[in-house]
Design a protein around this ligand. Sequence first.
Ligand SMILES: Nc1ncnc2c1ncn2[C@@H]1O[C@H](COP(=O)(O)OP(=O)(O)O)[C@@H](O)[C@H]1O
Ligand SMILES: [Mg+2]
Length: 299
Amino acid sequence: MSKVICVLHDKGGCAKTTTVVNLAFALWLLGKKILLVDTDPQCNLTDTIDKTVHKEADSTIYEWMHDSKSGEVLSFPIYTRYEGLDYIPSSQSMSNINAELQLMYNREHRLEEFLSVVDPESGIAIRDMYDYVFIDCAPGGETLMNTNALVASDFVIVPTEASIYNLQGLPRLLAYIDKVRIQLKAHVEILGYLLIRWNPRRAISREVKAYYSDINEVKAPLFPIYIRECVRCNESVAYEMSLFEYSPDSTAADDYMRVAEYIIGRGTRPHSWTPQRWGQLANAAYKRFIQERSKTEKE
Ligand SMILES: Nc1ncnc2c1ncn2[C@@H]1O[C@H](COP(=O)(O)OP(=O)(O)O)[C@@H](O)[C@H]1O
Ligand SMILES: [Mg+2]
């Protein structure tokens, strides 16, 4: 059974896209089939996966959400980064989608319906062709597009920075998720809070961790692995790379790999599964991707 997971927080810059990219690549390196869905008009996820695509693609998440009639998808905007690691790009037109969805009858359910469309060749629903589907959300909280992401998802991961704003925003986020669950009968659950830019030397980091450890207060578990502060997160994006190609032995690469292992329920890591090994695999795939792309550009 596939799992659809959205990464949501109403704040921008709190590592939603970084989490989607690195968790997805880690799960792919662990042998899982992945689909990434970018819903943010800023296209940060799309740019990290393939800068050239959304500028040239005539079919993106926007055309899918906007033009297709419910249940009928004329062309699937699904592209491949590596074999088993596919993505649906976003486009800047997504900045209009919330206003446009207002006028549609199934406005909260379009993404869910599209991910359930059956591929005529294989007879399998799109979401079921993958082990994990990750949806990267735009900031801005309670929007129709974010509601679509929640309704389409089995789980939500909430990246959690050590800051006072984060603590202040949590009741609003929990109320939003509850409203989607109750009023739209969505089955989405919080998979966990993921501590980001973890730095145990800072008092605020320790305070936020203690707060999120109280499950009665925050209603869902804190992932037992924290993502450490790591400048490689920012650098890797410029090269269209995840941490696993750019800096496989960085602290954050190790942390995201551990979160991925935790999600699939893998116990103790085998001795052979080292940063050198996953770096080799990721870099070999990256080389093939760049070669294929330059071949296509020449044609
Ligand atoms: N663990 C980390 N350590 C240091 N910088 C990080 C970390 N995670 C993310 N960042 C940086 O924070 C910025 C915002 O992250 P991003 O994933 O784009 O946030 P969002 O998608 O929530 O807007 C980016 O420059 C990113 O590289
Ligand atoms: Mg983002």
